[in-house]
Design a protein around this ligand. Structure first.
Ligand code: DQA
Length: 158
């Protein structure tokens, strides 16, 4: 099975500070460690991984637009934009790429304003509160789903 899955990881504002930011909530691992480890994992799962982190909404929106017809799946931690950005929601709808929403912390167990997400209802699913493991679970889910769908397609030929 040689189908390579192209996955874009999107991290929103302040996640560049992972490892130093509110470590009681977000842990001690840095963003570059996370991405490096995810790249190792993704090779085993036949996934080609791309990553963007930005503190700027328009940069994230432009990146989502440019993913159209190139990326099979998105994993997005929109960070604070989760709770504010109809523009990111619209961009994800516009490109029609399936995505999984990830939060390091449990957004339902924090301040009430964090319980609302503009993305959850249009996502394939939400992982919240599993720490950085949430990103790896998202990748596993994608590889399981897409490998199965490719296998089903190739089975239909026979
Ligand atoms: C976060 C949760 C958001 O509420 C917060 O603004 C973040 C990170 C998380 O990963 O737990 O920046 O998305």
């Amino acid at each position: 099975m040689n189908n390579i899955i192209h996955v874009l990881i999107i991290n929103g504002p302040n996640l560049n500070l992972l490892g130093t930011r509110e470590t009681n909530i977000y842990g001690h691992e840095t963003l570059s460690d996370l991405i490096e480890n995810m790249k190792k994992q993704s090779k085993k799962d036949n996934i080609s991984l791309y990553h963007i982190q930005s503190n700027s909404e328009h940069v994230l929106i432009d990146k989502i637009h440019s993913a159209k017809n190139k990326i099979n799946y998105i994993v997005i931690n929109p960070a604070a934009f989760t709770h504010t950005s109809i523009a990111i929601r619209d961009a994800l709808i516009a490109v029609d790429i399936p995505f999984i929403e990830v939060h390091i912390s449990n957004i339902f167990a924090r301040e009430s304003f964090r319980s609302h997400s503009w993305l959850s209802d249009i996502s394939q699913g939400v992982i919240s509160g599993l720490g950085l493991d949430g990103y790896y679970w998202a990748l596993k889910t994608i590889s399981n789903r897409l490998i199965h769908s490719y296998q089903n397609k190739s089975n239909k030929k026979f």
